[in-house]
Ligand binder design. Structure first.
Ligand code: ADP
Ligand code: MG
Length: 828
């Protein structure tokens, strides 16, 4: 709007000078500065910059402990100029003339915090710096810490002097104001953008900021005694005291938690608004028969969780549920019961496993549990004696599958759900039993197996499809996918969930996500915050506890000998053992797991052992030997401490059929000892295995160790887990291992695990959103705050799903999600 059209020139002029959160930075700062902010920190808007919170605050008069500086740090320190020495110029050079050679004159300045000293060196503009830096001046100095002849120094640091005890006219007005507060904000800075340049930009913005409508509803602010946003923003940048700062941070944490939870609540609601085919339980289907044949009684937890799921499946909107539970609590059987309910209702179920080994094991154990119930169409070479509903429909309704270049033909749009099974009629009579068929599909399935699995799934002959992420490929078409189960979810992201969901037309499948280990409450509320949560915390009765001990191999070599002795003893009584190593082979030093890439299926699994916080790299043991490798350890054991035992080898680089053969042999008791990578980490279930020796245990994460040891003690015999490590006695690595040995409670270990991860690792790129999304919120420390914010946000969204009455919340969600808005909400 031109100024002439405006009746109130003054107001318009004023309006043009108001800054709001969504304004591009160029508006208040100009092109040059805003370009720098974008280039250095990716900050584009006023809101982005205002959320670039100070990293810390210096208290006026308290100098930075200089001894804490480490070489390579980009540091901003508050210190006092002590000694200034101008070195050179050479005698023949006259004052005022240009030095003949750059570097022939330099200025050395020692700054101090009292006890500590730091040297500053200037090779250029010596004259200018010498005028500025006088003994007694106090300032902020920023640069990268380097070392010269054993002295730490900043070469050509940027600096800003505080207006103290000085008559320097250069330090008047503006700068004096900047340092007028007790607390001096220090921003995450870089060589291109110093803390005080950021500080000035913030000042410019704060001067004209109109914070707009508060995105946190007044009722919520009142209930929790929170500051208005405008006040909090000001205070976090320019606090007058520590009390202010605390209140500001509390309020701004709420913004993050509340916005995230409102987005998640909207996603849950959007997902629930999608249509899904109800799959109510029937009393005379495969599921009921399966229950009758179960070799054990379900635990109370399994029963109640199953009931929740059964109820969800019967609804006309999709289930989105997370089943989390203690290792060995029996999540699989809960999933199988859910899948059978869907099969009984005429649909199909998919079970997505993170590794080939686990997919194969699920296939073996589920077909075994089902027995004849899972053998539809496989009883004879000719006519099947019993016909499953799937087959029945495909024979009656669908066109016979014709191979379209090996692929099934496209699914007709609007493919109708199958009619409910007519009890006692067409399918089975008298002593016939209800049946279904289970198919397996992994990345390394052979051409024939793959084709037959694809066909069975497309026609509906297979009620259950088990597999790795090969299930997500476009060629996999279901006749009627009713339920997607995603096992050990920590390997998969939201994207995979979405990919599976997209395999149905029109309506959505129900989704059940299972975690490998218990997860902390805040992780459930954030990472899995769009899912309803069920928890299995008890183990089936009769489980023996797993005893875990740390074996300090370096300090006590005889302990290690004793460990192998224990393995021999167990084997002598007919038991079996695992030996776990961090990597496959020793021929590729460097990143362990990098050599696992031969099999795309498994890289995720085994490579994870490296990304786990473990202990790697953080203890400064640069000269550590490479981690132990399966292919070295196995022959050593077989030729030494475990000579005479039947030792097998398992890792991600084995061909699929070899993996299958080894696991089958181990499960059948044809091998005594399995030397393996973490490929056996998740889900592997051989109840006769009673002892596990984990080599270089400090290289694994806490939850991973808990998950690994969950492989033993699955039967009635007591389990034993030995954590072998060369980490020294009092190291953090040893403390971590001691913690694992001291508690069997996966929930408390998962908190410990979370403490040692960076938030971003936990949240993942998808959930953490743009870098700017979560700044202040800490998952563990702010658990209660997140829970309160979740309750408030959920209530708000329930009352006003589109947030029409709360535009400020809507805006905050948009900013929070940024580019991911569409995928996050619209694909929910
Ligand atoms: P997880 O929850 O770690 O995935 P699994 O589903 O692999 O655990 O179950 C562990 C073992 O416990 C399996 O061998 C399973 O058959 C067995 N199991 C499951 N439920 C029960 C139960 N109620 N009683 C006895 N054993 C059970
Ligand atoms: Mg499992």
């Amino acid at each position: 709007m031109g100024r002439t059209e405006c009746p109130n020139v003054g107001a318009c002029f004023y309006a043009a000078n108001v800054t709001t959160f969504r304004d591009p930075l160029v508006q208040p700062l100009g092109k040059k500065a805003s370009d720098t902010f974008e280039k250095v920190f990716g900050l584009r808007t006023v809101g982005d910059l205002l959320r670039h919170y100070p990293r810390k605050y210096y208290t006026r008069g308290e100098l930075t402990p200089l001894d804490s500086l480490r070489e390579g740090d980009h540091a901003t320190v508050l210190a006092m100029v002590d000694l200034v020495s101008r070195i050179g110029p050479p005698a023949d050079q006259k004052y005022g003339t240009k030095p003949r050679k750059w570097g022939s004159e330099r200025l050395e300045v020692i700054v101090t915090d009292g006890p500590g000293k730091l040297q500053l060196v200037f090779f250029a503009s010596v004259q200018h710096h010498a005028r500025q830096l006088k003994h007694g001046a106090i300032g902020l100095f920023a640069g990268t810490v380097s070392s010269f002849r054993g002295r730490r120094q900043l070469v050509h640091p940027e600096y800003e002097l505080l207006p103290v005890s000085t008559t320097n006219p250069l330090m008047a007005g503006e700068i004096a104001e900047e340092f007028a507060n007790e607390l001096i904000a220090v921003y995450p800075a870089s060589a291109k953008l110093s803390s005080w340049k950021i500080s000035r930009a913030i000042d410019v913005i704060l001067d004209t900021l109109d914070a707009g409508e508060d995105p946190l509803p007044a009722e919520v602010r009142e209930k929790f005694g929170l500051w208005p946003r405008a006040l909090a923003i000001r205070a976090i940048h320019r606090p007058t005291d520590r009390g202010d700062l605390k209140r500001a941070r509390e309020r701004l944490k709420w913004d993050e938690a509340f916005t995230m939870q409102a987005a998640l609540a909207q996603r849950r609601l959007a997902a629930a608004a999608m249509p899904a085919v109800p799959r109510p339980a029937v009393t005379d289907g495969v599921a009921a028969e399966f229950d009758r044949r179960l070799p054990f009684t379900l635990t109370k937890g399994q029963r109640s969780v199953s009931e929740e799921i059964a109820h969800d499946l019967a609804c006309a909107y999709p289930m989105n549920r997370l089943l989390q539970g203690e290792v060995g609590s029996g999540k699989t059987v809960v999933a199988v019961r859910a899948m059978l309910q869907v099969v009984d209702a005429g649909g199909q179920a998919a079970l997505l496993a993170p590794t080939e080994v686990l997919a194969q094991q699920h296939y073996r154990s589920i077909t075994a549990l089902l027995g004849p119930l899972g053998a539809a169409g496989q009883l004879g070479a000719g006519e099947p004696t019993v016909v499953s509903r799937g087959e029945q429909t495909s024979r009656m309704g669908d066109p016979a599958p014709s191979p379209h270049g090996g692929l099934p033909p496209p699914i007709p749009p609007g493919h109708p759900p199958r009619p409910p099974y007519p009890p006692g009629s067409a399918g089975w009579k008298g002593d016939d039993i209800p049946q279904t068929r289970v198919a397996l599909l992994t990345g390394s399935s052979g051409v024939r197996a793959r084709r037959s699995a694809l066909t069975d799934v497309f026609t509906g002959d297979a009620g259950i499809l088990i597999g790795t992420h090969a299930l997500l490929e476009d060629q996999v078409r279901f006749a009627d996918l009713g339920l997607a189960v995603i096992d050990e979810q920590h390997r998969f992201g939201v994207e995979q969930r979405d990919a599976l969901r997209d395999k149905t037309l029109g309506s959505r499948p129900h989704v059940l996500v299972m975690t490998a280990t218990p997860i902390p409450r805040t992780v459930a509320m954030t990472v899995f915050g769009d899912l309803e949560v069920s928890t299995l915390s008890e183990l089936p009765a009769g489980r023996s506890p797993i005893a875990t001990h740390v074996v300090p191999a370096k300090e006590r070599p005889n302990f290690l000998e004793r460990a192998w002795q224990r393995v021999r003893e167990e084997v002598a009584t007919g038991r079996q053992a695992y030996v776990v190593c961090p990597r496959i082979s020793g021929d590729a030093p460097g990143e362990p797991g990098a050599d696992d890439s031969g099999n795309a299926d498994e890289t995720g699994a085994e490579a994870d052992s490296d990304t786990d916080v473990g202990g790697q790299g953080d203890e400064g043991e640069d000269a550590r030997r490479p981690p132990l490798a399966v292919l070295d350890v196995a022959p050593e054991l077989a030729g030494g401490p475990l000579a005479g035992l039947r030792v097998g080898v398992m890792h991600g680089r084995l061909p699929a059929d070899e993996k299958d053969r080894v696991m089958t042999a181990f499960a059948a008791g044809d091998l005594d000892v399995l030397v393996s990578t973490t490929v056996i980490e998740v889900g592997v279930d051989v109840s006769n295995a009673t002892v596990m020796v984990i080599m270089d245990a400090e290289r694994f994460g806490v939850s991973q160790l808990h998950q690994l040891r969950g492989r033993v003690g699955r039967g009635r015999a007591a389990g034993l887990c030995l954590l072998v490590t060369e980490a020294p006695g009092a190291s953090p690595a040893r403390e971590r291992l001691d913690a694992v040995a001291a508690t069997a409670d996966g929930f408390s270990l998962s908190r410990l695990d979370l403490e040692q991860r960076r938030e971003g690792d936990v949240l993942g790129s998808a959930q953490a959103g743009r870098r700017s999304s979560l700044k202040l919120l800490r998952l563990l420390a702010d658990e209660d705050l997140i829970a309160s914010a979740r309750a408030e946000a959920t209530a708000l969204v329930a009352a006003d799903p589109k947030l029409t009455a709360h535009p400020a919340v809507r805006e905050a969600i948009d900013d929070f999600l940024g580019d991911r808005r569409a995928e996050f909400l619209d694909k929910a």
